[in-house]
Design a protein. Structure first.
Length: 277
């Protein structure tokens, strides 16, 4: 049976992706031999409207399965291209507030790499939302992550150096395993702070670490309501102090020229469907 990709209640299978999967199945053993040398694609997946009233969003990769919950198109673009939301220009009338739940499975039993996941999601957005983008450069407010004067205090991970990092976040806390400094910067800019984060630590390798701090109203976006009350006693320090004291890094505000994605074309999935269910 040919694998399929479909978007529940929104769109039919993208023709280009479906045709390529059909060809792979028809090729039999030859297709299997070629598969080892080609990048993975999504074989089965759904995109559904999120439940009304859902709060926050999450992204999860487990094995060969990808899941996103309560994610806007902006969130999905940010994840797919490893950018902060402020690096996406949405001056056109496309920045609707629709939220989606995405569940998709790669066509390979092997776990895709982080870069392969991003490329697969980029293709998903292109096919499902008819998304077309171009890049430009712009001076933006950023945070720079660097090594503090006393040196970094990090525990090197014993995990697979080629494996995916594990980074969990909640208001005022990060727990990371097998994570690089680039992973830390990406997690912070995606879910914690209100501007892009640039990794200038120069630290290579993977590490296990945790952070605890008192978050403020500029952090965690729609999850800000979970922030600790200012009247609480024995609060941990603010984020810059916590990073310096707990893992020996610095987080400094500045400006820098960064890549910005400009949206040239986008459609709601159900608007480009051939058959609505």
């Amino acid at each position: 049976m040919c694998p399929k990709f479909w978007v529940e209640a929104l769109i039919r299978v993208p023709k280009i992706l479906f045709a390529s999967l059909l060809l792979m199945s028809a090729n039999g053993l030859l297709g299997n031999a070629v598969a080892a040398n080609r990048p993975p694609v999504f074989a089965v997946g759904t995109i559904r409207p999120s439940k009304q009233g859902a709060r926050g969003n999450s992204f999860r990769v487990k094995g060969n399965r990808f899941e996103a919950t309560n994610a806007s198109l902006n969130d999905l673009i940010s994840f797919a291209y490893d950018l902060h939301a402020k690096q996406i220009a949405n001056d056109r009338d496309w920045g609707w507030a629709d939220k989606f739940d995405v569940a998709a499975q790669a066509d390979s039993e092997n776990q895709p790499t982080e870069q392969q996941w991003r490329e697969m999601i980029q293709k998903l957005l292109s096919e499902s939302f008819k998304l077309r983008l171009h890049r430009t450069r712009k001076e933006l407010s950023v945070y720079v992550l660097s090594v503090a004067e006393d040196g970094a205090r990090l525990k090197r991970s014993k995990g697979d150096p080629n494996g995916l990092p594990q980074v969990s976040l909640e208001a005022g806390a990060i727990a990371a395993a097998n994570a690089s400094m680039a992973d830390l910067a990406e997690a912070m800019q995606r879910a914690v702070v209100d501007r892009p984060v640039i990794d200038q630590t120069g630290i290579k390798g993977r590490y296990d670490f945790s952070l605890g701090w008192t978050s403020d109203n500029s952090q965690f976006g729609t999850n800000a309501a979970k922030n600790p009350s200012a009247t609480d006693t024995h609060l941990p320090p603010a984020l810059p102090a916590a990073i310096r004291e707990q893992i020996g890094l610095r987080l400094d505000a500045t400006t820098a020229p960064l890549d910005v994605l400009v949206v040239d074309q986008v459609e709601r999935p159900y608007e480009n469907s051939e058959e609505q269910k």
